[in-house]
Design a protein around this ligand. Structure first.
Ligand SMILES: CC(C)(COP(=O)([O-])OP(=O)([O-])OC[C@H]1O[C@@H](n2cnc3c(N)ncnc32)[C@H](O)[C@@H]1OP(=O)([O-])[O-])[C@@H](O)C(=O)NCCC(=O)NCCSC(=O)C[C@@](C)(O)CC(=O)[O-]
Length: 442
């Protein structure tokens, strides 16, 4: 029996900002962002969108595109680091939105017996959800699970993370009928607790603020969407963890140079060119190349062999990321969709080919694992139209972007949007304060 991904769908935020507009306003050379990091657009949420609406859109699309009955879904595990609440899972919001949208067809509370939860470990939370759900279907081969990766990658204005912003969701159906990709049960894992990127509770006291309003509490504790991070250190942690997880994968499988057998290498992509920039170390170690000095590292990156390797095994996975930006938990899944969609468009034959995955989450953990593309993969990919879909977004100018970022807009940019949207947040009723209400517009 085989286990893996049977079907997949995605949702990207409905707005975007051209990276060159941001570069111009921030005084950054556009070539650094476009040619150095591979960034073209920042996918940005409208006023009514958040991690819950992204997840709901991807889930509804999964159900509709592949004619699923919600009742055959035993669990929905959501990987996210953009949770809307510290107790009530974002998955429960997404589930309820989809229940309402499907009410006419499937009746009330069609997910009544579904096991729903969030998993959080920065960007690797949805890989953890996938790992866990694969274990679940291995024990229960007649059951199906949905894994959703959903996030809004927001950074402080004018920070070094700003140009890597993005967001969106990918939903995958995990089962014993892996029409897209069969995933083997070997997981290279590496974990170390570090502070490379994190979202602590922030404490503010009234006296620490320059001008606090009269009614400001003496002390408050809040979560913000924007992380505390050290960019170059986070790159180092990523590189160290994937090397350790790759070594662990080699140890448990006994495979020699496993990456050579992989048709594509699918990375967590915090920005499009990250995978190809950090894999130089593993590549050097595997090929007996010296990697001590910066000059040696640059020489590997610029070598003809390495450039050929990138073009063959990584480049196709970067394309969607260039158009969307960091999707945190969903980035690695979107990199897979990007590579498969590009191969599909080029009429390539991938059935039976092995794909390697290198996941990373700050804080920090890496998982390295592999899968085999199924004979039916084209029937699954035929539903996506990924690059066409990205053209349906609305461009925003810099001024609108900054207002959205600062939460200064009351109304959506696309006032007549279709699909799920945040309608209101309860502010008065003390027993419902902070409750979020959504609707669905046909
Ligand atoms: C990612 C960094 C650190 C990048 O930091 P940076 O300082 O913007 O860029 P850089 O200096 O590292 O690289 C710039 C590249 O552009 C090139 N360049 C320069 N000028 C030009 C030009 N004119 N024409 C062509 N190329 C040019 C330059 O040469 C270089 O390429 P290289 O040669 O080194 O490959 C920053 O954006 C940042 O702090 N981002 C936020 C944190 C982050 O994304 N970290 C990534 C690893 S951690 C991770 O992946 C986890 C995360 C973040 O997703 C969160 C989670 O797990 O939840």
């Amino acid at each position: 029996m085989t286990f893996g991904i049977e079907a997949a769908s995605y949702y990207v935020p409905s707005l975007y900002l051209e990276i060159k507009d941001l570069a111009e306003k921030r005084g950054i050379e556009p070539a650094k962002l476009e040619k150095g990091l591979g960034l073209h657009k920042i996918g940005f949420p409208d006023v009514h969108e958040d991690a819950a609406t992204f997840a709901a859109e991807a889930l509804l699309k999964l159900i509709k595109d592949y004619d699923l009955s919600p009742k055959e879904i035993s669990r929905i595990y959501l990987g996210t680091e953009s949770a809307l609440d510290a107790a009530k899972p974002t998955a429960s919001y997404a589930m309820q939105m989809v229940e309402k949208a499907l009410e006419a067809e499937f009746g009330e509370r069609c997910f009544k017996n579904c096991d729903v939860v969030d998993l959080t470990f920065a960007c690797i939370g949805a890989v953890d959800a996938l790992h866990n759900s694969l274990d679940f279907v291995r024990v229960n081969p007649d059951k199906k699970a949905v894994v959703i990766a959903s996030d809004y990658a927001k950074y402080e204005l004018a920070s070094s993370g700003e140009y890597t912003q993005g967001g969106g969701a990918v939903a995958v159906l995990v089962s014993s009928n892996p029409d897209l990709i069969e995933i083997e049960n070997n997981w290279g894992v590496a974990t170390e607790s570090v502070f490379d990127f994190f979202k602590p509770r922030r404490h503010f006291s009234k006296e620490s603020l320059v001008s606090a309003p009269e009614n400001f509490p003496e002390k408050i504790e809040i979560f913000t969407d924007e992380p505390v991070f050290d960019g170059q250190y986070s790159n180092q942690c990523y590189q160290d963890r994937i090397k350790e997880a790759y070594n662990h994968y080699q140890e448990i499988t006994g495979k020699n140079k496993p990456y050579e057998a992989w048709k594509y290498l699918i990375f967590h992509l915090p920005y499009a060119f990250h995978g190809k920039r950090v894999f130089t170390e593993i590549y050097s170690l595997e090929n007996g190349l010296s990697y001590e000095t910066l000059e040696e590292q640059k020489a590997v990156a610029k070598s003809e062999d390495y450039i050929q390797f990138i073009n063959d095994k990584i480049e196709k996975s970067q394309r969607a990321s260039s158009e969307i930006g960091n999707m945190y938990t969903a980035s690695i899944f979107m990199a897979l969709l990007s590579a498969l969609q590009t191969s599909f468009n080029e009429n390539a034959e991938l059935a039976g080919k092995e794909i390697g995955f290198l996941g990373y989450g700050s804080g920090s953990k890496s998982k390295v694992f592999a899968g085999k593309v199924s004979g039916n993969w084209k029937n699954v990919v035929a539903k996506w139209n990924l690059f066409e879909g990205l053209k349906n977004r609305t461009a925003i100018d810099f001024d609108t972007y900054e207002k959205l970022h600062r939460k200064q807009l009351q109304n959506s940019v696309n006032e007549n949007y279709k699909g799920f949207g945040l309608k209101s947040v309860e502010l008065e009723n003390p027993v419902l304060k902070g409750a979020r209400y959504y609707d669905y517009q046909e």
